[in-house]
Write a protein of this length. Structure first.
Length: 281
């Protein structure tokens, strides 16, 4: 968890509403299946989260029922559901104060109906130790490559995901892009295809990707508002932001491989990327 997110979570807990404290101290704190307070997921902090069933409980103040608040809640919910596979239960503070027993019944029934899951536990992903710690995580091997004709020009990316005996190929492209954007897109799409936190052995022939992650450059760009050490703007901040969030979610081990050499998986990714780029010529 980044320091400013930790401070925000601590501040929210310290300044919790009467309704939040009532739900926590009188119900969730002693619930048979553990809930946690103010848990970080990407750019958001959820009020209460149960990792065992991937369930978040959110309490909304009056501002959430205004037009902009409802739209922001919709975006937030879609992000949590699509990125982390979390189910969201929403209640108003008034619900807690006026029909507390009914709210508790809804939460209890939802937990009982939700299937158990090796879910993300919030905070720094993946969590270390415990029921959902590293030992329970699957190790997936990913190879990616990007290609671009003209740079900028039509481009494509390819990826291979391997888990045990299972293998999956992914590919895509764009009519006008750059080689670096395709390299990043291949890695992002492959990581997004994973349905749970994993240990990822990532292989790429892109020094742009591997060095920026391995040497901490990308995190530095983000910390400076997407400005490099030489004061020039960092390129592709949208893709780097997405990739860094995914690297927080998974444990990613980075490996650089020489392109167009003797690695059959890298060569296959190159074939997929080139084939996709040719679709736009």
């Amino acid at each position: 968890m980044r320091p400013w997110m930790r401070k925000n979570a601590q501040s929210l807990r310290k300044n919790a509403t009467k309704a939040e404290n009532k739900l926590w101290y009188q119900f969730l704190r002693t619930f048979p299946i553990q809930f946690r307070r103010q848990v970080v997921f990407g750019p958001y902090i959820v009020d209460f989260y149960c990792a065992a069933v991937k369930l978040a409980v959110e309490l909304d103040g009056s501002q959430h029922f205004e037009e902009t608040g409802q739209e922001e809640d919709k975006i937030r919910t879609e992000f949590l559901e699509q990125t982390y596979g979390i189910t969201i239960l929403r209640f108003s503070n008034l619900d807690i104060l006026q029909r507390f027993e009914g709210v508790c019944t809804i939460i209890r029934q939802k937990v009982e109906r939700q299937p158990p899951s090796s879910a993300p536990c919030g905070g720094t992903f993946p969590p270390v130790g415990g029921r959902f710690g590293r030992r329970s995580m699957k190790t997936v091997t990913i190879y990616t490559d990007g290609a671009c004709s003209g740079n900028p020009g039509p481009g494509g990316w390819g990826a291979i995901l391997q888990y045990g005996q299972f293998k999956k190929e992914l590919s895509g492209g764009e009519a006008h892009t750059t080689n670096n954007r395709m390299e990043l897109t291949g890695v992002i799409t492959a990581l997004r295809a994973l349905k749970e936190p994993c240990i990822v052995e990532l292989y790429s022939d892109s020094k742009y990707v591997i060095d920026a992650l391995q040497k901490g450059w990308a995190k530095g760009w983000r910390a400076r508002g997407w400005v490099k050490a030489d004061k020039k703007p960092a390129l592709n901040p949208d893709l780097w932001a997405a990739l860094l969030e995914l690297c927080d979610y998974h444990t990613v081990r980075l490996h650089w491989v020489k392109g167009h050499a003797d690695n059959p998986y890298n060569n296959r990714c190159d074939e997929l990327a080139v084939a996709e780029s040719r679709k736009y010529k």
